[in-house]
Design a protein around this ligand. Sequence first.
Ligand code: PLP
Length: 380
Amino acid sequence: MKEAKETISFIRDYYERSDFIPLHEPKFRGNERKYVVDTIDSTFVSSVGAYVDKFEDMMASITTAKKAVAVVNGTAGIQVALRLAGVESGDEVITQALTFVATANAVKYNGAEPVFLDVDYETMGLSHTALKSFLEEHCEVRNDKCFNKISGKKISACLPMHTFGFPVKIDKIIHICEEWNIPVVEDAAESLGSYYKGKHTGVFGQLGVFSFNGNKIVTSGGGGAIVTNDEFIGKKAKYLTTTAKISHPYEYIHDELGYNFRMPNLNAALACGQLEALTGFIEEKRELATKYESFFDELGIKFRKEPENSTANYWLMCVELQNKKEREEFLKYTNQEGVMTRPIWRLMYKLEMYKDCFRDHQKNAEFLEDRIVNITSSVK
Ligand SMILES: *Cc1c(COP(=O)(O)O)cnc(C)c1O
C-alpha cells in the first residue's frame, strides 16, 4: 500500500527513528526528575503534600477554573463529577458512543445508564443537533427535572467528550441542556490545552475532568483533575475524593460515603513538571500537525484538523481513510512495519456491557468508526 509506505517514511524521517515507534509516548525533559526526587527526600510521597496543592493551583490557573481537585485518575474523576452533578442510581446520562470506554464506565459506576447519541462529523464529539432531536422526541421536563418519557427515567447529566483534544460545540450543547435542566459534565480527559472560542475546555459545564494517564498529552504516571467554577461543588469534590472526612486535628469522623481517590504527592510532583512543559508540547504538536497536513494533502488522504472556533492541543492526531477496507490495510501495514497506528474506538453499544443501551441513528459515529486512524503524535 503506497500511502501507508509513504506515511511510514514520513514518520521515520520526522522522528529520526528506525526502531518501533509508539503512538504516543511521554517526554520528561524539564523539572520532572527534580520534583519527584524532592518528594522522596521530603518523605511526602503519599496522599498529602505540597505538590498536590501546587498541581491544583496550576490546573486552576491553566483552565481558569475557580477550583481544581487532584484525583487518582480521570475515570474516578468523571465518576465523582457525575455524582456531584446529581447523578443517582437508576438515572440516565446522555453521552456519545464514539468515546473511550471510561466515559461510559463512569456512568455505570454511579448505577446510571448511558444514553448514546450521535457525534458531530466535524468535531467527532457529541452532536448538539442529535441532542436536541433526542430531547424533543423522547423527553419532558417535570418538577424542574428532565425525564425520558419512554424509560420513565430521570436524565440527570449530559457528558460530552472532546475527542482527541478537538473541542465539541460546547456552547450549543450547554444552551440546549439549560433549556432542559440538565447539568453538563465535560469529559475533558483528552483536551488539556484545547480552547473553544478562546476559553479552555472543561470549564464550560458544571464540572470538567482531565486525565494524566501515561498516554495523555502530559502525565503524572496516573492521575486526573476535576475542575469547576462552583466553589461549593469544588469543596465537595475535594471532600468526597478524600474519604469524606470532617476536618479535625486527630479524630477520624466521616459523615458520608466518600472515596479514596487521592492523587499521591509523588504523582503530583511529576504532573507539576509536566504542566510546566505543556505549552511547549502543544507548540511542537501544532507544528507537526501542519507538516502532516501538507504531507497527507499531497497523498490524497484527509488529515483531521481542528474544528472551527477552536484551538486544539492535537493530543492524538488522525487521518480519515476512504473506507473500512483502506483503513484495515493502512493499519495492518503500518503496524507490521513497526510504526504504531490505531483505529478509533469500537462504538460503545457494540461492547457487551452496553449492547442494550439506548442509541440513536449514529450516522456520523458509524462513518467515523470505519475510517479514522490515529497516527504517531508524540513530541520528539
Ligand atoms: C483517558 C480517558 C479517560 C480516563 O482517564 P484515566 O486517567 O485513564 O482513568 C476518560 N475519558 C477519555 C475520553 C479518555 O481518553
